[in-house]
Design a protein around this ligand. Structure first.
Ligand SMILES: C[S@@+](CC[C@H](N)C(=O)[O-])C[C@H]1O[C@@H](n2cnc3c(N)ncnc32)[C@H](O)[C@@H]1O
Length: 244
């Protein structure tokens, strides 16, 4: 099991946790204008539907206040707005100014420019906290999960959605072909932007080297969460839930 008290570093791209956050901020700033399109064609248009269903399935209800961490261009916030009574019930946290700028065009909610490790919101102020597809970008999982617990009300729920590389030889082969070669190539070609190619190459490398499922569950427990669970859909969509 990987010890996530140490920073998670993918060596070919950066060497320290400071470099990592600077690298991520730059690559997401540089590619923000293309992100919506890549996310749509990369996942064959399933993204909005999947996020909405995952939120409903894991207990988001119309009256809740929800914090979405690593909100990107607002995909999870957009799905939340279809469930909640009012956009005022959602707040987003995202470190990349470029991603926030794109997000503001789509979701009329409060955006905070910050990282998961240090949330600029009051303690015990949210019923539900979501983080979509950003586990491998967060520098220190235990510190971040402690922050998640701090800002949730008693009984509040955290839902973390992410991709897991399938374990079977054949599914893993196809997954690798698609994410390591096809998606970076076609994303780079269609956008004609080398930053997009870099992002999508990093996407696979960071996914491949990501902390394993047990490591994520262990970090949630260490941060003080209870009822810690993991579900996998189609062998590659992971949903982690836990209660404060
Ligand atoms: C793949 S995008 C996911 C966006 C969105 N949540 C979704 O469901 O598509 C990952 C996001 O994580 C953000 N990120 C990177 N480092 C982060 C950190 N330390 N804390 C919070 N978010 C971070 C990036 O800027 C990027 O917008």
């Amino acid at each position: 099991m990987t010890d996530q008290r140490k920073p998670f570093v993918v060596g070919a791209y950066y060497e320290s946790s400071e470099d990592k956050q600077a690298f991520l901020r730059k690559v997401f700033d540089d590619t923000a204008k293309h992100y919506e399109a890549i996310a749509k064609w990369g996942w064959f248009g399933s993204g909005d539907w999947y996020r909405r269903e995952a939120l409903r399935r894991n207990g988001v209800t119309a009256d809740m206040r929800v914090l979405d961490v690593a909100s990107g261009t607002g995909q999870v916030a957009r799905a939340l707005m279809q469930i909640l009574n009012s956009p005022e019930q959602v707040e987003c946290v995202e470190p990349s100014a470029g991603m926030i700028e794109e997000s503001k065009k789509i979701v009329p909610v409060v955006h905070h420019q910050a990282a998961a490790e240090n949330l600029p919101v009051d303690s015990e102020s949210f019923d539900f906290l979501t983080m979509g597809f950003a586990l491998r970008h967060v520098d220190n999982l235990e510190t971040s999960f402690r922050e998640f617990r701090r800002v949730l009300k008693d009984g509040g729920t955290v839902l973390i959605m992410d991709v897991t590389v399938p374990s079977g030889t054949i599914p893993r082969f196809f997954f690798r072909m698609y994410f390591k070669y096809l998606l970076p190539f076609f994303s780079g070609l269609l956008t004609w932007d080398r930053n997009v190619f870099l992002l999508m190459r990093y996407y696979w490398d960071s996914m491949d080297q990501m902390v394993d499922i047990d490591g994520i569950l262990e970090n949630l427990r260490r941060a003080g969460f209870t009822q810690v669970q993991h579900k996998a859909l189609l062998g590659c969509f992971s949903e982690y839930t836990a209660r404060r």
